[in-house]
Design a protein around this ligand. Structure first.
Ligand code: SF4
Length: 419
């Protein structure tokens, strides 16, 4: 979502005056740090980065801090780092052209509704379009700062989503990535008859857009994965067979403390349904280890879900206490060293699973969408199930979807040849 927010910031700025992106800090007239605050580390890094930018930037260059840390720290950022010229929250992206010209402006209203705002057009990758379908989150997971930084969930009207995707397809995109904190909760607050739409219906409408060949989305919530949604996922040929199902913990007791709304058994049931209806799908997940009160046996439950579902991709972290969250005040915070041991065990086991999955790919054929030119006469792209491929080839392959046979496997990517 931050990547898309950055595109919106650039688009809005470019409408006011033409900007060019530079890799040279000393050339920049404007430096924007678009922040995340899901874990503690990036927040600490923000202030050291501001120090570096202040030292090497042009004297006249402005520094802005945007994103979730801007929402949560607000004017505190300018108090701690007066070199910062403006602060703009994750829910206030459309106001960039306003704050940029006001010294020490702070715009961090998490109730601001920009769901119908018509952002100017800018995309870093013309082959793949990221499109927001909702903003914010209505859940209250006890470890998560996002509802405090991105506000309540608001769905973007389906007519705007369809017209944005249609426009990006006309400009060359064959693939869309639908973005939202809980995409499959889409439309929950729509009430009038011309608005009513859920995520499954939205997927059906989007798949009717001529010229669009692939639909991805992130992230769905396990709680809202009803049968209708999984059946649409499995049967709609335009929907890529890659799905993120965030587990967080395999222990039902810990899931309750996290207020996730599902049990270990519900979660496994949803993944088994996906595997049954769509055996070619890859499933990725997020796992937090060391959540307050997590016992050895709770952690073993998480290991057992990993071994049952065999996720193709795992994003795993030690629990990090965040401000504005319930879990911050929970008793029985887990020792960092114990959380570290658990994380290592989890990741080691996942690596074994991943190696087995990738090794089994040798000789298989995938449809790959080529979207990037690499050095040394290579191009790269992703298969329908999300696997990354490197292939010998040049510019003329960009934007094409081609059959590729796997010739070499490794943990992170596959080499292939066009057949
Ligand atoms: S669903 Fe939970 S983890 Fe995801 S953004 Fe909302 S509160 Fe955070």
């Amino acid at each position: 979502m931050n990547v898309r927010d950055s595109e919106h910031l650039i688009a809005e700025l470019n409408q006011q005056e033409p900007y060019q992106i530079t890799d040279e800090l000393s050339d920049a007239d404007l430096i924007i740090i678009n922040t995340c605050s899901v874990r503690e580390k990036p927040v600490a890094k923000l202030f050291s980065e501001i120090g570096v930018f202040k030292k090497y930037k042009k004297p006249s260059a402005k520094i802005g801090v945007t994103g979730c840390t801007a929402s949560h720290l607000g004017k505190e950022i300018i108090r701690r780092a007066p070199a910062v010229d403006f602060v703009l929250g994750a829910r206030n992206v459309s106001k960039i052209t306003k704050v940029i010209n006001t010294k020490h402006a702070v715009e961090v209203d998490t109730n601001f509704d920009e769901s119908s705002y018509n952002f100017a057009e800018y995309r870093t990758n013309s082959f793949k379009a990221m499109v927001n379908i909702s903003i914010g989150c209505d859940k209250s997971c006890t470890f998560c700062i996002v509802p405090a930084t991105r506000g309540d969930e608001v769905s973007i009207p389906s007519s705007l989503i369809i017209s944005e995707i249609t426009k990006s397809v006309a400009l060359g995109a064959k693939e869309v990535m639908l973005l939202g904190q809980n995409v499959n909760n889409y439309g929950r607050r729509f009430s009038s008859s011309d608005e009513i739409c859920n995520f499954t219906k939205l997927l059906q409408q989007i798949s009717m857009i001529d010229g669009l060949e692939r639909i991805r989305f992130t992230s769905p919530h396990p709680l809202h994965m009803d049968d209708e949604f999984i059946e649409e996922f499995a049967s709609n040929p335009k929907i890529c067979k890659q799905i993120h199902v965030p587990l967080q913990s395999g222990s039902t007791a810990i899931l309750q403390k996290m207020k996730r709304g599902y049990t270990k058994e519900n979660f496994i049931n949803r993944c088994e349904k996906i595997r049954k209806l769509c055996p070619e799908a890859t499933i990725s997940t997020d796992i937090i280890v060391g959540f307050p009160d997590e016992s050895d046996s709770d952690f073993e439950e998480t290991m057992s879900v990993l071994n049952t579902v065999r996720f193709e991709q795992l994003f795993s972290f030690k629990y990090s206490a965040r401000p504005h969250t319930e879990a911050m005040d929970f008793d029985n915070q887990i020792e960092n060293s114990l959380a570290g041991e658990r994380l290592t065990r989890l990741q080691t086991r996942h690596t074994q699973i991943l190696d087995e999955i990738m090794d089994s790919q040798l000789g298989k054929i995938h449809r790959v969408y080529i979207d990037e030119l690499k050095p040394n006469g290579k191009v790269s792209g992703r298969a329908d199930d999300g696997k990354l491929f490197f292939i010998d080839g040049s510019e003329e392959l960009l934007g094409r979807i081609i059959d590729v046979k796997v010739t070499r496997t490794s943990r992170g990517a596959l080499d292939g040849e066009i057949i």
